[in-house]
Design a binder for this molecule. Structure first.
Ligand SMILES: C[S@@+](CC[C@H](N)C(=O)[O-])C[C@H]1O[C@@H](n2cnc3c(N)ncnc32)[C@H](O)[C@@H]1O
Length: 288
């Protein structure tokens, strides 16, 4: 398993369907359906949380606040800055488990001969976008949500990366990729972290199982001849590492030399040194 660690975020404990997390100075409790063990909640921080996300039976949910939380607060991952706030659907504006993929991106980009063009799909608040920009790549950031794209712009500014070469696009990912094909625009690397279910800006429905093969084939057509890598991340239950590797081998890697590797990604627990799985990542990387 590939594991993310960083100072400003800590997974303190996990039990009874909940995880106890520290985001900078703010302690939150959030539900996680895969936490099916009931280890005793001995860590005193369980009783010192600022807020807890309560799921409602009608879908969605709400934050139960016990201590004042700033409207927005900032945490850092290396030189990247993330503005956080408690959001709907238990979101906070960051997926800490993605740090291990941000490291991969900045490592390959910083070792490349420079000017890599990278496409980040379902790009959310821009973690991978900032990792690539900070390492010297040119990035196109695509997400269906105006709000998320604005938030990504704020994170890029907060991280002092606003003068770097970045394009922010609010669009449906498949539509955008198909248009890039028509325009003969090519990328040296593509990153995607699709949700299980989503909607494009004009209501285009995204269902991962139904759309992923088609989207990967479309992406394969806009990878440049010197393409270096392709990252597919998913936290969709039921989509195994093996299936993701098969998908990449049957599309992206089909006529390209290189390797496909796949693994779960996770976060280490402070309390037990065990690791909480947080989805999987499959990567195609060109042979050098
Ligand atoms: C949960 S996030 C992905 C997390 C992100 N990659 C990260 O780690 O920072 C999923 C994103 O996909 C976007 N999205 C959902 N459906 C989409 C679609 N059809 N086209 C483009 N973006 C979409 C959502 O707006 C959301 O920002």
């Amino acid at each position: 398993m590939r594991i993310s660690k960083f100072e400003d975020y800590e997974l303190i404990d996990a039990s009874c369907g909940e995880k106890l997390e520290r985001f900078g100075d703010i302690i939150l409790i959030r539900p996680d359906p895969q936490i099916i063990w009931n280890t005793p909640k001995v860590d005193p921080m369980w009783r010192k949380a600022h807020a807890k996300y309560i799921r409602s039976t009608k879908g969605g949910g709400y934050w139960e606040v016990y201590k004042k939380i700033p409207d927005v607060w900032t945490i850092s991952y290396k030189d990247l800055k993330f503005r956080l706030k408690p959001m709907g659907f238990k979101h906070t504006g960051i997926f800490p488990e993605q740090a291990v993929n941000w490291d991969f991106v900045s490592d390959v980009v910083s070792k490349s001969s420079g000017n890599m063009k990278i496409l980040n799909l379902f790009a959310y608040t821009g973690g991978a976008t900032m990792a690539a920009l900070s390492a010297g790549a040119e990035v196109c950031h695509v997400d269906a949500s105006k709000g998320m794209t604005l938030w990504a712009k704020e994170n890029v500014k907060e991280s002092g990366l606003q003068d770097k070469s970045v394009r922010f696009i609010v669009d449906d990912c498949l539509k955008f990729v198909q248009r890039e094909k028509r325009r003969n625009h090519f990328y040296d690397a593509i990153i995607m972290d699709p949700p299980s279910y989503g909607r494009g800006p004009n209501g285009e429905v995204w269902k991962l199982e139904e759309g992923i093969f088609n989207l990967l084939n479309a992406c394969s057509e806009i990878l440049s001849e010197n393409a270096r890598f392709f990252i597919l991340n998913s936290y969709t239950a039921g989509l195994s590492c093996g299936v993701m590797a098969y998908l990449l081998n049957a599309t992206i890697a089909k006529n390209r030399s290189g390797v496909v590797f796949s693994s779960e990604i996770g976060l280490p627990l402070k309390a037990s040194k065990l690791v909480l799985p947080c989805g999987s990542t499959s990567i195609w990387q060109a042979s050098i």
